[in-house]
Write a protein of this length. Structure first.
Length: 380
């Protein structure tokens, strides 16, 4: 007769197999349209004037949406490829035009202290304001709007879909939400009125004014912290300081924040740098901000690197815990014990996960079932 422990192990393995074979769930009953023409000629689709830009001389504009503050001549596009200057007016080319739409588990974001086990309605478009050499979604982030087929999906339809599918949260992910800010913002405003939650996964490079405007309608944010050195951000053709300012602003505004650090061999895996990063999080954001160390797999322009050794992730986990961070997890290692969340008070497992599946949730009314310790997050 099988022992209870053996049954649990068998169930865990079976769950892991199902999860790894289970694809992202596509959105039903929506047809894509060809995006080779981005003039707004497609039925029911129009380009949208961008937010947060200013006019300059000779019909040039300056975009103020992210740290790059691109100066764009007539007929030109910003670094993100997703906005274009047309006769001195700046337009989003991806408004209501997502190229990726799926129903995912919220744990995939990762967002582990928000409605565990629930589903999210996810959207992404073409374009990005980073050039990460390791990007797993490079086919979206490094594409121009005309390169991809898109869905014709105005904000009202997005809310309708979430309600029809009984999904509590809309998530903007796959590529950088800053790139399709106008679409995100309009959906978020409508979602607030309809009781649908808003989550976005970002590289953290949004400027303060657009960031503050969007946070008013945001429930939670996951920020990719690429590392804690100039060299780590050179791998993304970006800068660290704007991201640190974004993290502080999100925390100050009381929006739920989680951080993910993809640990890449030779790029950002130095233990001293990881320790400095963890200390900065503790001192500037607090010890209750969840930090997820995620395993890198070769992709895009870093195919020559090996996957992150699991022992490197475990070492990073132990560094973060030793620094005093309460909620640290390891991701992209299905079945690893540190993929679960533990109570910082009694050390019992709060949420037992296998990859993206929640097997046990011991948080009741926002508190540990075993010792009644209050656990920060969004639980209902």
């Amino acid at each position: 007769m099988l022992t209870f422990k053996l049954l649990v192990n068998v169930f865990t393995i079976m769950s892991l197999v199902v999860i790894m074979l289970w694809p992202m769930r596509p959105i039903p009953y929506l047809e894509s349209i060809n995006s080779s023409s981005i003039t707004g000629a497609s039925p029911g689709v129009s380009i949208k004037e961008a937010m947060f830009y200013e006019s300059l001389d000779e019909n040039r504009i300056q975009c103020n949406i992210c740290f790059r503050r691109c100066i764009v001549p007539p007929g030109g596009r910003g670094f993100c490829r997703a906005r274009e200057n047309r006769d001195g007016k700046y337009y989003s080319l991806v408004y209501s035009r997502p190229s990726a739409m799926h129903i995912d588990p919220i744990e995939k974001e990762p967002q582990l202290h928000m409605l565990p086990g629930s589903k999210i309605l996810c959207f992404g478009t073409a374009g990005c304001n980073f050039r990460c050499r390791h990007c797993h979604n490079w086919h979206l982030s490094q594409a121009s709007p005309e390169d991809l087929d898109v869905y014709n999906l105005p904000p009202e339809k997005v809310i309708e879909l979430a309600i029809q599918e009984d999904i509590p949260t809309i998530s903007f992910t796959y590529n950088e939400p800053t790139v399709f800010y106008e679409y995100v913002y309009d959906i978020a405003v409508l979602a607030k009125k309809k009781g649908v939650r808003i989550l976005w996964h970002s590289n953290g490079s949004m400027n303060q004014e657009p960031l503050m405007a969007l946070l008013k309608y945001t429930d939670a944010v996951t920020i990719d912290l690429k590392g804690f050195t100039k060299e780590a951000y050179q791998n993304s053709s970006a800068e660290l300081e704007p991201v640190l300012e974004t993290l502080k602003t999100i925390k100050q505004e009381g929006v739920w924040l989680e951080i993910v650090n993809l640990v890449i061999p030779t790029i950002n895996d130095d233990p001293d740098d990881i320790k400095r990063m963890c200390e900065w999080i503790r001192d500037n954001l607090g010890d209750d901000v969840p930090l997820h160390f995620s395993r890198f797999f070769p992709s895009y322009k870093l195919l020559h690197l090996s996957p992150t050794p699991i022992e490197t992730l475990v070492k990073a986990y132990k560094i973060a815990k030793a620094v005093g961070l309460h909620y640290v997890t390891v991701g992209n290692v299905p079945g690893h014990i540190y993929n679960s969340t533990f109570c910082p008070e009694c050390k019992e497992i709060l949420i037992h996960r296998v990859h993206f599946a929640v097997l046990v949730n011991n948080i009741i009314n926002g508190r540990c079932k075993f010792c009644n310790h209050k656990i920060p997050g969004i639980w209902d």
